[in-house]
Design a binder for this molecule. Structure first.
Ligand code: UT7
Length: 324
């Protein structure tokens, strides 16, 4: 009997027009371009305009992904959107995207796993396509993350930016998919570490939105260990050798984490897609943004094998393996 597999058919991304440089941040908090670049690799980040919503960023990325897949919005029957910065407490931002795309059928919902959100959304959509529940999925990571920053906290406000990335996936039989497809995921959380990276507000706790709080150096240590473990599981589950990976598309939190994981896993550093310098950390948007960047500039080609990973608040973390 032929099995069903998810195939990634197109990618898209959107970054708000306004760019904030490290020098501009140095006028807001006591920091410097040199410190930010040395400790994180970040040079600039994009900031959403007043009135520009997470769903607006998501729709722009989604339209790009649909165009590159050659699929119309009315062919979609599933939208899974990863975000930590929804338009409203409810309904799900994915339903705003559904309406703005003019898609009237199917189902749309949000996934909340902070910086690992895109991998959790990818695993969710992939599972739903594989079981035959849906046929054509839009998976989005979109954030207006700068709206939950404390602009007087130099330990966090220099790190993050806004943006969105999206992919379109279809359910295909093994025979039609050929060697393409989404092959494996390993997603995990550990709620006991939530105090190390969280927002100090919320609907049922303070009734406020709150601001990001992070013990950066502790998160850093856990990030390298958890990400490396997730990668190992995915490679073992699929009998894949590190040398077989064409591109490593990680969550973009800090260049030192990207480099540290690549070294630990013996991944060729030339195969690491890094956009952190230009985008900062865009949380759930960073992986599809990096993926689209390397697809559009021609580095990632059809048939390439891609390993992706992330770690974020929760703690949440994971890794995925797919071939475009
Ligand atoms: O995407 C979700 C997951 N998030 C992450 O993975 C983030 C992980 N953490 C990191 O990327 C890094 O820990 C940071 C970039 C946040 C911080 O780098 P660090 O090398 O771990 O620095 P630190 O927190 O240990 O701070 C070192 C020093 C401190 O000063 P003292 O106490 O040594 O005098 C900080 O006050 O750097 C100071 N500092 C700054 N100085 C200038 C912290 N932030 C800044 C800043 N500008 N923006």
């Amino acid at each position: 009997m032929s099995r069903i597999r998810s195939v990634i058919r197109g990618t898209g991304a959107y970054l708000p027009e306004r760019i904030m440089t490290n020098d501009e941040i140095s006028t807001i908090v006591e920091t410097s371009d040199q410190w930010i670049q040395e400790r994180t690799g970040i040079k600039q980040r994009h900031i959403a305009a007043d009135g520009q919503l997470t769903s607006d960023l998501a729709v722009a990325a989604a339209k790009g992904a649909l165009a590159s897949a050659g699929i119309a919005a009315d062919q979609l029957d599933l939208i899974v959107l990863a975000t930590t910065t929804p338009d409203k407490t409810f309904p799900a931002t994915a339903t705003a995207v559904q309406a703005k795309l003019g898609m009237t059928g199917g189902a749309a919902f949000d996934v909340q796993a902070v910086c690992s959100g895109f991998l959790f959304a990818l695993a969710t959509a992939d599972s739903m396509l594989k079981t035959g529940l849906f046929k054509t999925a839009l998976v989005i990571g979109a954030e207006t993350f700068t709206r939950i920053l404390d602009w007087s906290d130099r330990g966090t406000c220099v790190l993050f930016g806004d943006g969105a990335g999206a992919i379109v996936m279809t359910a295909e039989t093994d025979a039609d998919a050929g060697d393409r497809g989404v092959f494996a995921h390993h997603i995990r959380t550990d709620g006991t570490k939530s105090d190390l990276l969280h927002v100090d507000g919320g609907v049922s706790s303070t009734g406020t939105i709150g601001h990001v709080r992070m013990l950066g150096n502790q998160v850093f240590r856990h990030a390298v260990t958890n990400i490396s473990n997730a990668i190992k599981v995915v490679l073992e589950d699929t009998n894949t050798r590190v040398e077989e990976i064409d591109w490593f598309v990680p969550h973009q939190a800090n260049q030192r984490i990207l480099t540290g994981v690549a070294k630990k896993m013996k991944l060729d550093e030339d195969k690491v897609v890094s956009t952190v310098a230009l985008h900062g950390n865009t949380s759930a948007a960073s992986i599809p943004l990096a993926l689209h960047t390397a697809v559009s500039d021609g580095r990632i080609q059809p048939g390439h094998l891609i390993l992706s990973e992330a770690m974020g608040g929760g703690f949440s973390w994971g890794a995925s393996l797919f071939r475009l």
